[in-house]
Design a protein around this ligand. Structure first.
Ligand SMILES: *[C@@H]1O[C@H](CO)[C@@H](O)[C@H](O)[C@H]1NC(C)=O
Ligand SMILES: *[C@@H]1O[C@H](CO)[C@@H](O)[C@H](O)[C@H]1NC(C)=O
Ligand SMILES: *[C@@H]1O[C@H](CO)[C@@H](O)[C@H](O)[C@H]1NC(C)=O
Length: 615
């Protein structure tokens, strides 16, 4: 009895196929049962995205670790089951078949070429394939029928022969997988480009493929160690594939129900999805926001995001000032082009996402010089650019835009676009350019001169105080009155020397600080006398100026002048710390600057104070 029950349980479990990744012919998966890919990364089963309408059941594939919060593919997105009695069967006529409770087909893989040996397998890439068991040839795969999610390894583009399109369609809302308003498709006219459409309107454009990335999503470059993005172009197919490098985290690209696109990467440590890329990323990513010949710059919020390309001005200034910029811009000066002759030239617009190439001619084999010549030769051509930037230099290949350009914006590491302008525009541009270049130059020269003059003044002042103090003629007017030097200082500014806390050092201290004025301590020699490095008893390093004996200044006069210098303290001047008078000796004690005074560094460049002691 027990044995029979165990056997039944065992049979039940294996029949349920819970741990299996394959659904063989005749097998089925009922609501509650799942297929699990070999490595366990992906799960196929029934789910309800909405907690408010839990009776609506869908068959889908999700990333096992994050559960049905991140459903990657939905089979019956527009035909939900109304109960949990749905069952997925492997039929030998149509392949996979989803039946509702009453046995009606809610969804079918429509695999053709009926065979009795079909099997469905959920691969570790997240792909559900129907294949011939004997030959292993894949007959149908979920990767060919994306929902709103693109996984690494999935194709995105179109098969030009069969008309099969690999595109994304948004959900209607966060909890409704029904076909929503937005579609993300690859446009194969011109250069391959990716568009988000809202109904019949272009909403966002990634930018033309330039061999390295889509012109407007230069962020891809920052994930170069984790993913490679490749575009494949053949007469039969044009598509792009993101390939994950070994060790890269699991990531998915989702077209959200609001039309935004996100690349999300799963962090197994924190169990959350990190947003790596988001588009549109700002105002300037809205398709054709600034109209034809407009240029969007997301860094100019203080003026206006939209402006016209040089040589153009708003078609309707009044609308433009109301921020209705979609009317675009008009050419100032008509092009000069008739019967094969032209005087027009090209202006380089650098660092941009290239315009929509729907109205462009592409020749991958032309050089840039040929491209320029061809554009000049066709009066409809208004701009050109290299089609492939991989080779470096100016790039290779040729894109030529006819009649107008639209949806241009600045992007980091953007490309060069050559815009055709009438000859007279270049003269006008040159004049503006000269002013633009000269203005900063003139400004910097002026600033330099003012700085130099200021420093010369400081220098002069210091020289003057030095010479006056240390060498200059005696200013004692005999009345014992204080004498002011150099500065037209008012008496109240200099007034009470009692305020001055300038220490008087004993000559004995100075002698011991400088090793009795040894030559080893000498820092320099000037007209005023010699300068020594000294170490005060409190271990403070100082510079000591010893006046030449030629200076015959009276003690009182010297003191007055010391007071004056002490008042001249400034953070860019060496600080006077004290003084000393002993007999004929007159000494000034300054703070010691191991790196010499700032002016010595500046004046090395300016050759103004070259004869000053800067040791
Ligand atoms: C599903 O398989 C079970 C046996 O495992 C079978 O009894 C049941 O009839 C099948 N359901 C369908 C709809 O094929
Ligand atoms: C399968 O074919 C039916 C009938 O032609 C069609 O209504 C249905 O949309 C197709 N299903 C898929 C997934 O293509
Ligand atoms: C310029 O190019 C357009 C688009 O290919 C073409 O239709 C037109 O004939 C060309 N004009 C000249 C003068 O070659």
């Amino acid at each position: 009895m027990v044995f029979a029950m165990l056997l039944l349980l065992f049979l039940g479990a294996s029949g349920a196929g819970i741990s299996s990744d394959t659904l063989n012919k005749g097998g089925n998966i009922t609501d509650g049962e799942t297929l699990l890919s070999a490595g366990g990364s992906f799960t196929l089963g029934f789910f309800s995205p909405s907690t408010t309408v839990p009776t609506k059941r869908y068959l889908g594939i999700w990333f096992t670790a994050s559960g049905t919060g991140a459903v990657l593919w939905v089979a019956n997105r527009d035909t939900p089951l109304n109960s949990s009695s749905g069952v997925l069967v492997m039929s030998s006529r149509v392949g996979l078949r989803l039946l509702d409770g009453s046995g009606q087909t809610a969804w079918s893989s429509n695999t053709t070429g009926a065979s009795a040996s079909w099997a469905a397998q959920l691969l570790e890439s997240g792909n559900l394939v129907v294949r011939e068991q004997s030959s292993n040839a894949s007959l149908w795969q979920s990767f060919d029928h994306p929902s709103n999610t693109l996984l690494p390894g999935m194709r995105f583009g179109r098969n030009l022969k069969t008309g099969l399109e690999w595109s994304l369609t948004s959900w209607r809302s966060k909890d409704d997988p029904a076909t929503g308003d937005y579609r993300r498709v690859m446009d194969t006219r011109g250069l391959p480009d990716i568009f988000t459409w809202q109904g019949s309107a272009k909403n966002y454009r990634a930018g033309p493929w330039n061999g390295r990335w889509f012109s407007g999503i230069t962020e891809i470059a920052s994930y170069s160690g984790m993913f490679s993005v490749q575009v494949f172009v053949s007469p039969d197919e044009i598509f792009y594939v993101v390939t994950a490098m070994p060790g890269a985290p699991f990531s998915r690209l989702v077209l959200n129900d609001d039309g935004s696109v996100q690349r999300l990467a799963w962090d197994p440590a924190t169990q959350i999805w990190n947003v790596w890329l988001r588009s549109p990323r700002d105002f300037c990513d809205n398709y054709a926001e600034c109209g034809t010949f407009g240029l969007c710059n997301s860094a100019t919020a203080s003026t206006q995001f939209c402006r016209c390309i040089d040589g153009f001005s708003p078609a309707s200034p009044s609308q433009w000032s109301m921020r209705e910029t979609s009317g675009g811009c008009r050419r100032h000066t008509p092009l000069d082009c008739s019967k094969g002759t032209t005087t027009d030239g090209f202006m380089v617009l650098g660092g941009v996402k290239l315009p929509d190439t729907d109205n462009a001619l592409v020749d991958m084999s032309a050089t840039l010089a040929q491209c320029r010549a061809r554009c000049l030769a066709n009066c409809s051509c208004v701009a050109y650019a290299p089609a492939d930037i991989r080779g470096g230099g100016g790039g290779s290949g040729c894109v030529m835009w006819m009649d107008d350009i639209v949806d241009v914006r600045y992007v980091d590491r953007g490309q060069d676009l050559y815009v055709r302008l009438a000859k007279s525009e270049f003269a006008a541009r040159k004049k503006r350019g000269v002013v633009k270049i000269l203005a900063p130059v003139v400004a910097s020269v002026l600033a330099l001169m003012v700085t130099a003059m200021y420093l010369v003044w400081i220098c002069k002042l210091r020289d003057y105080t030095n010479t006056t103090l240390l060498q200059g003629p005696s200013r004692n007017n005999g009345s014992g009155k204080k004498v002011m030097i150099g500065l037209e200082s008012t008496s109240n500014e200099l007034g009470d020397e009692e305020d001055l806390e300038l220490p008087f050092l004993s000559f004995r201290d100075v002698v011991s600080a400088t090793n009795n004025f040894s030559d080893g301590n000498m820092l320099g020699r000037g007209g005023f006398g010699k300068v020594y490095k000294g170490m005060l008893p409190n271990n403070r390093e100082v510079a000591i100026k010893r006046l030449g004996k030629g200076s015959r200044q009276g003690a009182e006069e010297f003191r007055n002048e010391v007071v004056l210098i002490a008042k001249l303290q400034h953070r860019n001047l060496v600080r006077l710390l004290g003084y000393c008078i002993q007999g004929d000796e007159r000494l000034l004690i300054y703070e010691y600057l191991p790196n010499k005074s700032l002016d010595c560094f500046i004046f090395v460049l300016l050759y103004v104070c070259t004869n000053r002691s800067c040791k």
